[in-house]
Design a protein around this ligand. Structure first.
Ligand SMILES: Cc1cc2nc3c(=O)[nH]c(=O)nc-3n(C[C@H](O)[C@H](O)[C@H](O)COP(=O)(O)O)c2cc1C
Length: 458
């Protein structure tokens, strides 16, 4: 039996993200800074039957170790300008009443209290439709300079900080307020029952907290937890906390290996293999003939400049390809930024591509799996990929920006995927967690459950 996929729309609050194709004739993102632009898009994805609207985040932008920002970043709009995704969501929720919202927020840049309060607020305002994509952040060089930090926090230490950040957040969401603490009882003038609201004291390596969490429990309490970053440290972190993992593999065999590794680590962490939903990036170029689709794909590959793609790579990986010998490989390059990005260009079983080859092919490889063909050929490929890799869904990449970037996928491919049983006949609804996991509550194995009610009755 085929698996029913979950679908997210992959966006960032910027003119156009990974494709850097905002200037393509089919798209128009000149109004990207307006609420109406995003409300229109979210409403259409809601009506189309997508499960969630996903917002990546970049507080920093590509910058090399010397603090120089490639000119292409500003000229070509490479994650710059970028606006605040969390500020967008309540406005989207009014226009899109069913779809979930997953917002990326960084444990390297944020503070647990401020972050937890924002997600609780948004989970209330969306009626339980919020997800948090937990990242330790790319674009590190700019991030530390903008936040006034002295240096990039080493890669694995960022995950140690993320662990403490999430553990404290879970206490704020699950332990600070008991069920039934909010009474709003006029007769006794008791809004909240002091016996059921608990002080949280935390004195850790990275954070201290001493006091009450000032936001009432939201419909999901803990927002649905996503994670992105599949280094060894990232995978271990995902195995502990993530209900969904966003991956970006672009070859079936590599994706199958990532899925197997994530499921094995989940089992080793004491949870069922299928309790981690693995959602891979995917872009779809659809036309009446395979030739025409390939022509359009080639046109899209030629859209971003070489400087823009190299800058995007720098931001995500921390590696400035322009400063390296074009004949060298990345085999011995080390980075404190993104291991996932570098690992994609290393071939442990053979010859790795050279820096020159990587630069030549970046535009045609950014993002996740690429599907190019007719509706029927792509639907068959999707089914075969799900069978081969055991993934749970796709984060559909927007190419041109705005609804144009999804139109063919929504209007042509989704009906055929539905006919093949790869999508539900009726769009999922309810809280985001129930849409993605089938269960309304955080699962038993999750660390959230260990702290829930820890002080109740105390
Ligand atoms: C698929 C994917 C999506 C990511 N999205 C973001 C993002 O939106 N914002 C961000 O700051 N970092 C993002 N990152 C980077 C992560 O913050 C990650 O922590 C970083 O790559 C370092 O961890 P890693 O070596 O495990 O990949 C993403 C990484 C991956 C692999």
């Amino acid at each position: 039996m085929v698996k029913q996929l979950v679908l997210g729309a992959f966006e960032e609050f910027t003119p156009n993200f990974i494709a850097n194709a905002w200037h393509h004739e089919r798209g128009d993102t000149s109004a990207f800074a307006t609420l109406e632009f995003w409300q229109d898009l979210a409403a259409r994805m809601d009506a189309a039957g997508f499960d969630f609207f996903f917002l990546a985040e970049a507080i920093g932008y590509p910058m090399n170790d010397a603090g120089q920002v490639p000119e292409a970043v500003i000229r070509d709009a490479v994650q710059f300008p970028v606006h605040d995704p969390l500020a967008l969501i309540s406005g989207l929720a009014t226009a899109a009443p069913r779809i979930g919202f997953v917002a990326t927020a960084s444990t390297t840049a944020q503070h647990p209290l401020l972050n937890a309060r924002t997600f609780t607020t948004l989970d209330h305002l969306t009626g339980g439709r919020m997800g948090w994509n937990i990242v330790t952040s790319d674009n590190q060089q700019a991030l530390v300079r903008l936040l006034g930090q002295t240096d990039v926090t080493p890669h694995d230490e960022r995950y140690a900080r993320a662990t403490e950040f999430v553990d404290l957040s879970l206490r704020l969401w699950e332990e600070a307020w008991d069920e039934g603490a909010v009474l709003a009882d006029k007769a006794t003038r008791t809004f909240s029952d002091p016996a059921k609201v608990h002080r949280i004291e935390h004195d850790g390596k990275y954070f201290r907290f001493d006091g009450y969490f000032p936001a009432t429990p939201s419909p999901q309490r803990t927002p649905t937890l996503f994670q992105a970053g599949t280094s060894a440290a990232g995978t271990a972190f995902a195995a502990r906390y993530a209900e969904c993992v966003f991956t970006q593999d672009r070859e079936a065999a590599r994706l199958a290996a990532t899925v197997a590794r994530l499921r094995a680590q989940a089992v080793a962490a004491g949870r069922p293999a299928d309790s981690v939903k693995i959602i891979n990036g995917a872009s779809f170029v659809i036309a009446d003939t395979v030739d025409e689709a390939q022509r359009l794909r080639a046109e899209l590959n030629a859209t971003p400049t070489r400087e823009a793609t190299a800058a995007l790579f720098l931001g995500w990986s921390g590696v400035d390809l322009g400063a390296l010998d074009p004949d060298a490989t990345l085999d011995s390059v080390s980075t404190e930024v993104g291991h996932t990005m570098i690992d994609m260009w290393r071939n442990p079983n053979g010859t790795s591509p050279t820096v020159g080859e990587i630069l030549d092919s970046l535009a045609s490889t950014f993002g996740g799996m690429r599907f190019t063909g007719t509706v029927e050929s792509i639907a068959a490929e999707v089914e075969a990929l799900v069978e081969e890799t055991d993934i749970d869904g796709f984060l559909v990449e927007n190419w041109y920006g705005g609804y144009e970037g999804y139109r063919d996928f929504v209007e042509q491919l989704m009906p055929v995927l539905r006919e093949r049983g790869l999508l539900p006949d009726v769009a999922r609804s309810g809280t985001l967690r129930s849409m993605l996991t089938g269960e309304p509550d955080v699962p038993e194995w999750h660390p959230a459950r260990a702290v829930r009610g820890a002080q109740s009755g105390a």
